[in-house]
Design a protein around this ligand. Structure first.
Ligand code: GLN
Length: 489
């Protein structure tokens, strides 16, 4: 018997509209599943069960009485814990925001509510989205449903695991340097980071504003396109959003890559990339070739500078963005009277932030300080332009660029957390995309031989080429079986 929690949003949509199932039934099914597996997964930092069941009833009423209802009516969604949902906790996986209750809805959340989607809860994440494993979450790590001794990736690991373990139908993540695509790759789900400026960041707690985008993590490509329809769009509250004509992303759900021109950058398939990952990506390229696409190997000459460039920019922006958390305005405050404001701030921040967040604030502050600004931050901005140009050159000739999403499959819990540099190296294939601002999707493309761990394929497109990358992703998915394999829980 297929359970409701196993289905996709596009399958459930019709069943709900036709009255085949009630929304209450679906939401119950999700919470039953959560009760059964959450002990092993730890995907959520908070659950909104009462509110979810209440909205389910309301939507059921609307449907029954033939009242107007939204396009995602009754579809459960999990929200990464760095997006504000009115009157609920937004912790960012941090001690410092443990007691913080949102006073407004993020724009994406308001849009989902308007579409009658049902918020199931908030998902765990690396503290302030800084990490690639979800191990730095103050509430404890999330586990990978494919092997609970391994990380789900990060920083949106809670969202990735919750989708893979069928603890929700849809999820939102945020991606500053790979945080949607990394968990998608490690949990065999689909995740997209859109062109910078496509989705409002209003109500997303900022980590590095010039790099990040909110986006979907879903069970398949069609759900990803469906959810994008409700997220993308200009927002007067976020002046980095772009005002463009509306696109229906479901129109890209077409099985066709005929004459598609693929670029394969050799830097992404060389040294340091796991052999099984390399093979899966080359197999994917052959598959697409067999379906009518052609490929050529290319080079991105400045790609070696992407990682240092990213970490200087991200840490600099973080040091400025996180200055607001001083224990005076939000969340945690030490219970001691120091009689000296500097000491109060310092203690609040020393105790409230975890080790990685403190490290990045210190390094970011250093990179921005006078005397070092030109040598680090300004230089990183210049390198950013060079990297962006590398991508622009490629897209003059090619439709998409294919790379592994992650250089290796999910690693063991505890393996990298004490060695920050090795953790940063995990982002080698994803951060250049954020630096350039172009869109990229990660889809399942295989499993490792020995441990059967998921492998993700990254499909990168030119600015605003989301329709193209969705089409390629959908075509690959329709002609392979990887997305059908589910973890055994
Ligand atoms: N792992 C990267 C970092 O730590 C990316 C995180 C993200 O995309 N939020 O910065």
């Amino acid at each position: 018997m297929t359970h409701l929690y196993e289905l996709t949003a596009h399958e459930l949509q019709d069943m709900i509209k036709n009255g085949e199932i009630s929304v209450a039934e679906l939401v119950q099914s999700i919470f039953q599943r959560i009760e059964a597996v959450e002990d092993k997964i730890h995907g959520y930092s908070s659950l909104h069960k009462k509110e979810a069941l209440a909205s389910a009833k309301e939507i059921d009423k609307k449907i029954k009485n033939k009242k107007k209802f939204g396009g995602l009516a009754g579809i459960p969604i999990a929200i990464k814990d760095n997006m504000n949902v009115l009157n609920t906790q937004t912790s960012c996986g941090s001690h410092i925001l443990e007691s913080y209750i949102s006073v407004y809805d993020a724009t994406v959340v308001a849009r989902l509510k308007q579409a009658d989607s049902i918020i199931i809860g908030k998902t765990r994440m690396d503290e302030f989205a800084m990490g690639s494993s979800t191990e730095s979450c103050y509430y404890g790590p999330t586990y990978n449903p494919w092997d609970i001794n391994r990380v789900p990736g990060g920083s949106s690991g809670g969202s990735g695991s919750a989708v893979a373990a069928n603890e929700t139908i849809l999820a939102l993540g945020s991606d500053t340097g790979g945080s949607i695509r990394c968990p998608a790759s490690f949990t065999s789900t689909v995740g997209i980071k859109t062109t910078y400026g496509m989705i409002s960041r209003y109500g997303l707690v900022s980590y590095a504003c010039s790099l990040e985008q909110i986006g979907p993590i879903t069970k398949d490509v069609k759900d990803c396109a469906l959810l994008l329809n409700y997220l993308v769009g200009y927002d007067p509250y976020d002046n980095t959003t772009i005002n463009r004509p509306k696109v229906n992303y479901l129109d890209s759900i077409i099985n066709d890559v005929n004459k598609l021109k693929i670029a394969v950058p050799k830097e992404f398939l060389g040294e340091g990339i796991n052999e099984d990952v390399k093979k899966a990506v080359w197999d994917a390229i052959s598959k697409l070739e067999g379906l009518g696409a052609s490929y050529e190997e290319v080079s991105l000459p400045h790609i070696n500078y992407a990682l240092p460039c990213y970490y200087i920019i991200a840490m600099s922006e973080a040091s400025s963005n996180l200055a607001r958390f001083d224990g005076m305005r939000y969340g945690f405050r030490v219970n001691e009277d120091f009689n000296e404001w500097n000491k109060v701030y310092a203690e609040n921040r020393r105790i409230g932030f975890g080790a990685e967040v403190r490290r990045r604030i210190i390094l970011g502050t250093y990179a921005l300080s006078s005397g070092y600004y030109d040598a680090y931050y300004l230089k990183a901005l210049k390198v950013r332009t060079l990297i962006k140009r590398d991508f622009e050159e490629i897209f003059k000739k090619f439709d998409v660029l294919l790379t592994p999403t992650m250089p290796f499959p999910a690693f063991k819990i505890g393996e990298k957390i004490r060695d920050p540099l090795s953790m940063y190296l995990a982002d080698i294939c994803t951060v250049p995309i954020n630096i350039a601002g172009v869109p990229a999707i990660s889809i399942p493309c295989g499993f490792t031989k020995k441990d059967s761990l998921p492998i993700g394929l990254q499909i990168v497109g030119n600015f605003f080429a989301e329709p193209i990358i969705l089409k390629v992703a959908y075509t690959f998915e329709q002609n392979t079986e990887f997305h059908k394999r589910k973890p055994n829980l």
